[in-house]
Design a protein around this ligand. Sequence first.
Ligand code: UDP
Length: 340
Amino acid sequence: MKLSASARVLVTGAAGFLGSHLCDALLAEGCSVIGVDNLCTGKAVNLRHLAGEPRFELMQQDICQHFDPGPVDYVFNFASPASPVDYMDLGLETLRVGSDGTRNALDVALQYGAAFLQASTSECYGDPKVHPQPEDYWGNVNPVGPRSVYDEAKRFSEALTMAYHRYRKVDTRIVRIFNTYGPRLQSRDGRVISNLMTQALRGEDLTIYGDGTQTRSFCYVSDEVDGILRLARSGEHWPVNIGNPEEWTILECAQQVLAATQSSSKIRFEPLPVDDPVQRRPDITRARRLLGWEPKIHLNQGLELSLPYFRQCVDRGELARPVEGTALPASLTRPEAATD
Ligand code: UDP
């Protein structure tokens, strides 16, 4: 099943950061879009500009419950808390949406003969021992640590997606999404770019967890969505990394934020969260070869493009969300003794 301009497309998690940008891109291609979201972490404001768009409708619905959107040609399963502070606050909900929610979304695809694309994550690689991470690396995930509610939910989603492909012949895709940023990333999201941009614009200290030498690779949202749509149109069933291979330490990222915002904020070091991956960078050989995809927007350009959005957030009085908000006490997040 190919993604055609006349397709009727279901997007779960439509009110989220990535889901809402995906809806925009699908509508721009001529598709009709049914968005589904329970507004648990997604925000209706992300879809406000689509009010009155006849090819778009939003169902407020938890995909962990059975649901029927009617006939669809393609299902994009993007529903899940995705930021560490959110998924650690909503641990059980995150596990449930990765299991029951993914199964319900796959059942919609099965029922209507639709193609299916699962939003997966670089977190499947955990704290990776192979660098950069190719898709055939199985990862180094702590299955009982605080991040496991997300990592294992997404790994289970991948397993379920491959099983529906193998046993039910559903035409599936899996995208492993690396850190993505841009407008609509909530200032309260708790992720590094939203926290640092918000703090810099408010003239507050930038919170760096650990010594800031851990690395991430940041992909601007339009590049990410372009890669996802290319994968959707391809015939590839194996996972494909979509992320920007430019790798930055978190300290370098903070310097880029200070330059983009022309802020004189200072840096404040805070404790590193448990199981925070030391390094992360996608190997995008497969995406280049199969999809002809390559990100175009460098971090400094993407931060400039995001600046007006974060200024609006700050003008509305929105705050960053430091990691202290995590609900679990230390005794539940830290093992008594490290084991290998
Ligand atoms: N981080 C930080 N300050 C913040 C938020 C995050 O130093 O205010 C660090 C975090 O510990 C991690 C990296 O930035 O090492 C990326 O964190 P994020 O939550 O954005 O995503 P992750 O890649 O960990 O899922």
